[in-house]
Structure formats: C-alpha cells, structure tokens
Design a binder for this molecule. Structure first.
Ligand SMILES: O=c1ccn([C@@H]2O[C@H](COP(=O)(O)O)[C@@H](O)[C@H]2O)c(=O)[nH]1
Length: 315
C-alpha cells in the first residue's frame, strides 16, 4: 500500500517531513533564469524551463534528507502547458531519485470526472495498443465535498496501482473554520465528519503499519484539531501543511504523531524553497540552503516527537 512506502521512507530517514515544490520565478536564482531565458526567451517555455531546473537542483540536494516531495499543481499550471510538462518532468525526476511524490491537486468532481482525474494523477491510460502513465505521482490530495461518489472512483485505482489519497479535513488557512468547524445536529464538526469518512473510505485499503491508504490533510496551524483527530482517526495518516511560512512549528505538529513517531508527514514549501534568500547564501548555493533548512526542520520535529520506529508487522 502506497502509504506504507511513505512510512518506511520516513522511518529510514528519521524524517517525518515532505518538501513542497511550489516554484514561482521569484524564488528561482538569477543564473537559472538567465540560462532558461537565453534558451527559450522570456516566455512560458522559458519560465517552465527555469522552474524545472530549480526543482531538479532542490531534488538532488533534498533526496536522502526528506522522504517525499509535494508539487502543488497550481504553480505549474500557471505557466500553461509548458508548466504542466514541468510538473510531469518534476514528478519523474523525483521518482527517479527514490522520492515519494504527493501531487497536490485538491481534485474532486462527480464520479466519471473523478475517474478521469484519478486516471490522470494515479492511474494509467490506454491509447490504442499502448498504456501510458500520465503523471505518475504516488498520492493525490482530494476534496471530499462531493461525498462518497466523488471519492470511491479513486479507491479501486489506489488498490490496483498501489497509490493513496489525502482528503482535505481541516485545512491550515485562517478561515478554514468558517465551514469546517460548523457543528452538525449530532454535535460533530464538519471536519470531524469528513475525518470519520476517511476512516470508512480507508477500510478497503489497509496498510501494514495500521494506517490506511486514505489519509487526511490537517493543518500544522491547528494543534488542537491535530490532537483531537489523532485520537479519533486511528487508521488515518495525516498530511500536515502549514509549517514554516504559515506559522506552524514543531510543538504545533507534535500532537499529530502516535507513540511510534508515526501518523503524520509535515509539509513545508516556501521555507525550504526560499531558504537561500533568507540565509543570505549566494544564489548558486540555493539547493544547499534548502537542504540545511530541511535538516533544521527535521531535527526540530524529531526533538519534539523522539525517534521514529516501525511497529512490528505479523507475517
Ligand atoms: O490545508 C492546506 C492544504 C494544502 N496546503 C498546501 O501546502 C503548501 C504550503 O506551502 P507553504 O509555503 O509551506 O505555506 C501549499 O502548496 C499549499 O497549497 C496548505 O498550505 N494548507
């Protein structure tokens, strides 16, 4: 099961974090942009070439430190089809380096359209006699707002292709409570309800370490909800964005973990990608600065949660 592979990567590297790859041109060092613009002009192709080069440098420096990367589709789509190609190439490069890839697309729609999103991001598509992998990530972030028939199309593909999903449950943004904290008649919150649905959706995708292939997005900015949901959702692994640039810290995310130091992977995007700017490092050292920040984040979280161990598995 896909999340077992993520969990094993986390335990091997003793690092429960994922580096976000959300590149905008402003984060890309001048020498990379100049090269791309000389080759392709100041065009969408030039921009996509620059972000791909930037990502490759980050991936080279981060593999062996973080177990996973999370490219957010929006940052690629904004550069048109060249950007989407850069997303494809980024995923392929990261996989080649042994990284687990969480594609952050927050997709959802009615059943047949959801099936198409599933095929695009987690499945394979056959054209004539040949079968292709359209994007090839390991996990996709999804929105559960359309209910079960927007999620179930994913589950068969996850089972067949060894993939997983992270469903938005309690997002990290300041106004997430406007809807997600609403309380239903029985006293349960909307986020709690979606969380319980994750437990149900995950029943058909059990993992060997106790966590299913259906994870939940729970913001690093909401420690109380992280604690509450960790208690309630014993089979649901969390993706916790919001560390760093959004203000979440190691103490905030600590309640997301179980007694083995498992249960969550914490995302940071801007704080890693722009570390070179903050540290005042020369722009040519951007990737080393990102690696430094990723190590600092790892050490800070490990100090809070302790060493990570894999529970013993029968068979
Ligand atoms: O609740 C959520 C869900 C997703 N995100 C995404 O995570 C990263 C966070 O980036 P930072 O630069 O570390 O703030 C970004 O891709 C968001 O789209 C989230 O922040 N919160």
């Amino acid at each position: 099961m896909a999340l077992d592979r993520l969990i094993e990567g986390i335990a091997k590297l003793q690092n429960p974090t994922v580096a976000g790859l959300d590149p905008v041109l402003d984060y890309v060092p001048g020498f990379i942009k100049e090269k791309a613009f000389t080759q392709h002009g100041e065009t969408l192709e030039g921009a996509a070439g620059a972000i791909l080069e930037f990502n490759k440098g980050l991936i080279d420096a981060l593999c062996g430190i973080v177990p996973a990367v999370k490219p957010q589709c929006a940052y690629y789509e904004m550069y048109g089809w060249h950007g989407v190609k850069a997303l494809y190439d980024t995923i392929a490069y990261a996989k080649d380096k042994g990284l687990f890839v969480i594609t952050d697309g927050k997709r959802n729609d009615i059943g047949p359209t959801m099936q198409a999103y599933t095929t695009a991001h987690l499945g394979t598509v056959t054209v004539g006699q040949r079968t292709y992998v359209p994007f090839g990530g390991d996990c996709l972030t999804v929105n559960g707002y359309l209910g079960s028939d927007g999620i179930t199309p994913l589950l068969d593909t996850c089972r067949a292709q060894d993939k997983g999903i992270f469903v938005l449950v309690k997002t990290s943004n300041p106004s997430s409570g406007e809807l997600q904290n609403q309380i239903f008649e029985g006293g349960e919150t909307l986020y709690g309800t979606v969380g319980h649905l994750c437990e149900q959706w995950g029943e058909g995708l059990p993992g060997k370490y106790g966590y299913s292939g259906v994870g939940a997005v729970v913001g690093a900015t909401y420690p109380e909800q992280l604690a509450e949901l960790r208690r309630d959702l014993t089979h649901t692994f969390f993706l916790a964005p919001g560390y760093g640039a959004q203000g979440g810290g190691a103490k905030d995310v600590a309640p997301a973990f179980d007694s083995n130091g498992l249960g969550a992977v914490v995302n940071a995007s801007r704080s890693i990608m722009t570390a070179w700017k903050k540290s005042g490092a020369p722009e040519t050292d951007y990737a080393q600065a990102a690696a430094q920040e990723a190590k600092r984040m790892r050490d800070e979280i490990i100090q809070e949660i302790g060493a990570i161990s894999l529970p013993s598995v029968n068979g």
